[in-house]
Design a protein around this ligand. Structure first.
Ligand SMILES: Cc1cc2nc3c(=O)[nH]c(=O)nc-3n(C[C@H](O)[C@H](O)[C@H](O)COP(=O)(O)O)c2cc1C
Length: 236
């Protein structure tokens, strides 16, 4: 969660049974940094980091987690080109770089980043493949399901063809406060890549449902906003 999930925040969640934490999203090129500043100015949380500083900041955040925990560290990244993401993958404390094809804030989509990447699957596939080819870390691609007029299975297939290690789907069901498990089921039946299911996991029951639908793993955002969750993931 942009502006929220730094190392201190992630470390608070360690006792609850997670095996991976995600730093960011961070804006890591000039267009996304400018977009992030505009988002911040209208009051939405963002990490505000200069272009010349973000590498060191992310390095220090990942290092702080690794010094205190031996789980996996992922970093969610927004960039208009693959190169800055590849650079972050060189940080040895970073286990996973996650391409953010998910953000729907207009300042980000207007520059062709975040969710706008789903409008051109050839570009998304090539972008992801370039990161996969050059990354020193594992690669995840995150997108939101049920974006108007888009086919989620086609997106998942395009992403899978890049050879990435994780496909992370926010199975958002517009107008409902539970995840679209049908989408997770359909995609899980048609891809081989490790599928991380996300959206509205608030207790053991909703976590189990996501896994029963076919996700190989789950992720939790809003239910962890207070720096804790009210259930123990190891009980699943
Ligand atoms: C304040 C806030 C900031 C977020 N920032 C990011 C982000 O930077 N990158 C990202 O991939 N998702 C971001 N998300 C989306 C969450 O990671 C997650 O996909 C979404 O909230 C649905 O999962 P949940 O129901 O567990 O919250 C953000 C969500 C919130 C509420």
């Amino acid at each position: 969660m942009a502006g929220i999930t730094d190392a201190k925040f992630c470390l608070k969640l360690i006792p609850f049974g997670f095996d991976m934490v995600t730093l960011g999203g961070y804006n890591i090129d000039s267009p996304t940094i400018t977009a992030g500043e505009k988002i911040l100015q209208r009051g939405r949380p963002e990490f505000s980091i200069n272009e010349e500083d973000y590498f060191e900041v992310i390095y220090n955040q990942a290092k702080e987690i690794k010094e205190n925990w031996n789980g996996l560290v992922s970093v969610n990244l927004r960039s208009t080109t693959p190169d800055p993401i590849i650079q972050i993958s060189r940080i040895k404390e970073v286990d996973v770089v996650e391409i953010n094809a998910h953000c729907r804030q207009s300042e980000i989509t207007e520059i062709g980043c975040g969710q706008a990447m789903l409008q051109d699957l050839e570009h998304l596939g090539e972008f992801s493949a370039e990161v996969v080819k050059n990354s020193s870390a594992k690669v995840s691609v995150k997108f939101r399901a049920n974006v108007l007029n888009l086919n989620d299975l086609e997106i998942a297939k395009a992403v899978e063809s890049s050879g990435c290690d994780f496909i992370h789907i926010d199975a958002m069901k517009p107008g409902f406060n539970y995840a679209d498990l049908d989408i997770i089921h359909e995609i899980s039946q048609n891809i081989e890549t490790f599928l991380v299911g996300n959206n509205s996991i608030v207790d053991i029951n909703s976590a189990k449902k996501m896994l029963d639908a076919g996700a190989n793993g789950i992720s939790i955002a809003r239910a962890a906003m207070g720096g804790r969750i009210n259930f123990d993931l190891s009980k699943i």
